[in-house]
Design a protein around this ligand. Structure first.
Ligand code: ADP
Ligand code: ZN
Ligand code: ZN
Length: 743
């Protein structure tokens, strides 16, 4: 039985890591959960303070007789903080890490700001009630509170500085009365509006029949109380964004707010301007280039009811709206929705959890849904809506696949196939635009054959092996290794090696072939400058260049009506990332890149160059046939028990001390077997412990264990079990992290 509750009394400042333990009185036992607001005695004088429960425990952290009791539950309205703390608790349970890390994820922490702002304290209740409360304060000898309240009865508002200065009332007393809604603190500062300076010039479009049908069905289901998520599977340019906006408008009419998540990279001026044109000052945005203060302002605007819509990447999910109608996740397949830091939460799963708290609807959209999302629609857990046509009946581009092995065989060693070179020439002559996409995801060291296209894979795990500096090939899953062969194991050709060509080299080659072409390059280098990304895009959009060369950055969501040719230089590079999702990533990249062609009046053409023209992810992408891809890929996932067929959990074990890391890894592996010993071995699998892909970084040794299981909840239980076991025998020299369905 949990006897103690950890309570934080100040969540607005940087003190989340300082919870205090309180005893839970018997009569409150059933009502104390993470997120609940409680009144507790605090500090030497035992002033009452409102705090939030963030965890429960049976163990006292200090001498039990020094632990104070919780006084009561604070019932004055449910606060948005309570909800976010509950969400943090869920995140911690689900994905591991500490509660403090989870809280930092969901609560925007205010840094001490230098800027002076003029603030006022207002009385928020009528005079009679105030006099009543004043008497209570005086009876309880709460002199600071009494002093403040009588000052406010004389004059409201009072400048904040005067309250803390002349009246000697501390900020925490002000906050306590604010929490009880006796007073309000109002700042004069006008929040920075990230959209200021935008000019609005977009005409409203009226939805076509397909779009309208989806909006109607989602709303009908919603109004009948159905809160299961919806997946809109719509080809690129099919008008999904218009559907989102129509749903948001309906939510606004019902007095509800909406959150729109987009991958950071697709958060372009073009997208923002469309939302701004529609929702004006009631929409705001969060992005990584904003300062912490600017972001905090936007959270405050949301909390104060100044906004109906928040757009942003992953973290916008935690916008403090109190009454959410829709959470929309565009490009839901994007890996950036998975947090790469602890807690390693996934925004889609977390959005669904947050939506439950509001009876809100989650709407996900993609031209290439993730396998796990599509599977949910096939299992009947989510609704599926399909947009098969581009708006205005614009045709899908014509796609051709070029076999690079043939080019080599017939003496063309250039990165450009003959057909691609001819087509570039043709478009340059017609003054149309061209995008060249270098798929660089797989860059890290796989070994392939230029004659037959084969890639050296691990015989146990069916993922590509990676060449290390010691000239041996390693499997990043099971740790198996082999010498680098001198000739291709499949065809005996000596043309094997790692593929090396960067965007800069491609640019040089293309420039040499077409000396008069105006070329722009977009990659990590050329976008490093602030606004580098935006300025390259707008230059290309304004037709200041003929050819745009880039990495995955150029395939996301941009609308360039002038582009009629898209060349994909080495389609299969991403097939060889040592990751079970390699085919899925490849299909997505190729489909998204193809979607860039022919967004204007002139139909587009796509040329896919590859060493593996027969690979199903390339064939299905060329036909823009997602369903076939899904079916073939699911067979493979089921066969090898990879997600979403099974659930996977990765345990990272890091230490400067290698024997300590090995000891912990062995201990955890033993505990995994212990926990799962009753289960049929046909529904779970453990791979490792083994060295991580990079076995040592900055003198830290890294070990990994992969566990696959048919049931997600069992893995959540296993994680908690392992955490408890590590608590019993802690080893401070080792750090252990959990990662669910790692990316
Ligand atoms: P997606 O999000 O599926 O890629 P968008 O909503 O961005 O598609 O639509 C692509 C383009 O088509 C945009 O320029 C948009 O303004 C336009 N569009 C969308 N719906 C319609 C419509 N019903 N009538 C005319 N144009 C539309
Ligand atoms: Zn070969
Ligand atoms: Zn392996």
């Amino acid at each position: 039985m949990d006897t103690y509750a950890s309570v934080i009394v100040d969540i607005t400042h940087n003190k989340l890591d300082r919870p205090f333990q309180y005893r839970i009185p018997d009569e409150l036992k059933d009502q104390i959960h993470p997120g609940v607001r409680v009144v507790v005695p605090f500090g030497k004088g035992n002033h009452t303070q409102v705090g939030y429960v963030i965890g429960l425990s049976a163990k006292p952290e200090i001498a039990p007789d020094r632990i104070k009791d919780i006084i009561s539950i604070d019932e004055s309205g449910t606060s948005i903080e309570s909800e976010l703390i509950r969400l943090a608790f869920w995140i911690r349970e689900q994905y591991g890490g500490t509660m403090n890390q989870a809280l930092r994820t969901v609560l925007p922490v205010k840094k001490k700001t230098q800027a002076k702002e003029k603030r006022y304290v207002f009385l928020n209740i009528d005079e009679a009630e105030a006099l009543d409360i004043l008497q209570q304060f005086e009876k309880k000898h709460q002199t600071a509170r009494a002093r403040l309240l009588s000052a406010l009865l004389e004059q409201s508002p009072v400048p904040y500085d005067a309250v803390t200065g002349k009246l000697h009332v501390t900020a925490s007393v002000i906050r306590a009365l604010e929490e009880k809604q006796i007073l309000r603190v109002i700042s004069e500062r006008t929040y920075r509006n990230p959209f200021s300076g935008f000019s609005v010039s977009e005409a409203l479009v009226s939805l076509n029949q397909d779009q309208k049908a989806i909006v109607d069905q989602i709303l009908t289901r919603r109004n009948s109380g159905d809160t299961s998520p919806s997946l809109i599977f719509g080809v690129t340019g099919s008008g999904k964004t218009e559907v989102y906006m129509a749903l948001i408008e309906e939510a606004i009419a019902q007095g509800k707010q909406s959150i729109v998540l987009i991958p950071e990279i697709a958060l372009t001026y073009q997208t923002l301007i469309r939302f701004y044109a529609r929702f004006g000052d009631r929409v705001s945005v969060l992005h990584s280039r904003m300062s912490q203060g600017e972001r905090f302002d936007q959270y405050e605007r949301a909390k104060n009811g100044e906004l109906d819509v928040m757009i942003g990447p992953r973290s916008a999910l935690f916008t403090p709206f109190s009454n959410i109608g829709f959470i929309i996740i565009d490009e839901e397949h994007e890996s950036s929705y998975k947090s790469e830091g602890v807690p390693r939460y996934h925004a889609c799963e977390t959005a669904i959890e947050r939506a439950k708290m509001h009876h809100a609807n989650v709407v996900l959209g993609s031209a290439t849904p993730s396998l796990s999302s599509y599977l949910k629609t096939q299992q009947g857990k989510w609704h599926l809506y399909t947009l098969t046509d581009r708006v205005m009946r614009r045709p899908m581009p014509a796609v051709s696949v070029i076999d690079l092995r043939n080019e080599l065989r017939t003496g063309n060693r250039s990165v450009l196939s003959r057909r691609l070179r001819d087509q570039i020439q043709d478009r340059l002559a017609k003054k149309e635009q061209i995008m060249l996409f270098l798929n660089r995801r797989g860059y890290a060291g796989f070994v392939s054959c230029r004659s037959c296209g084969d890639v050296i894979k691990c015989s146990h795990c069916d993922v590509s092996m990676t060449l290390h500096r010691d000239k041996r090939l390693y499997c990043h899953y099971c740790g198996d290794s082999m010498d680098l062969p001198k000739v291709c194991p499949s065809c005996g050709s000596p043309y094997i090696g790692t593929f090396r060509a960067g965007t800069q080299q491609i640019e040089a080659i293309v420039q040499k072939e077409f000396p008069n072409a105006r070329i722009l390059r977009m990659d990590a280098d050329s976008t490093r400058k602030k606004d580098g990304y935006e300025s390259i895009l707008s230059a290309f959009s304004n037709r200041e260049a003929d050819i745009l060369i880039g990495t995955q950055m150029i395939v996301k969501g941009h609308d360039f009506p002038g582009v009629t040719l898209v060349g994909i230089l080495a389609a299969d590079l991403s097939l060889h990332v040592p990751d079970y999702r390699a085919s899925e990533r490849t299909f997505q990249l190729l489909t998204q890149a193809s979607g860039r062609a022919g967004r204007g009046e002139v139909p587009g053409e796509v040329i896919i160059q590859t060493y593996q023209p027969d690979h199903y992810s390339i064939l299905t992408a060329a036909k823009q046939d997602y369903v076939s891809f899904y079916q073939q890929e699911m067979i493979y996932r089921k066969l090898l028990h990879y997600p979403p067929a099974w659930e996977m959990m990765l345990i990272h074990i890091d230490s400067e001390n290698e024997p300590a890391a090995d000891r912990m890894a062995a201990f955890l592996a033993l505990m995994v077997r212990e926990y799962l010993k009753e289960e049929n071995t046909r529904c779970w699998q453990m791979i490792g412990p083994s060295n991580a892909g990079i076995a040592k970084i900055e003198d830290i040794f890294r070990k990994v264990i992969y566990i696959k299981h048919a049931d997600a909840d069992t893995l959540t239980g296993l994680k908690s079990f392992l955490e408890a076991k590590m608590d019993e025998q802690p080893d401070p020299a080792v750090s252990v992290q959990f990662d669910r369905n790692p990316m």
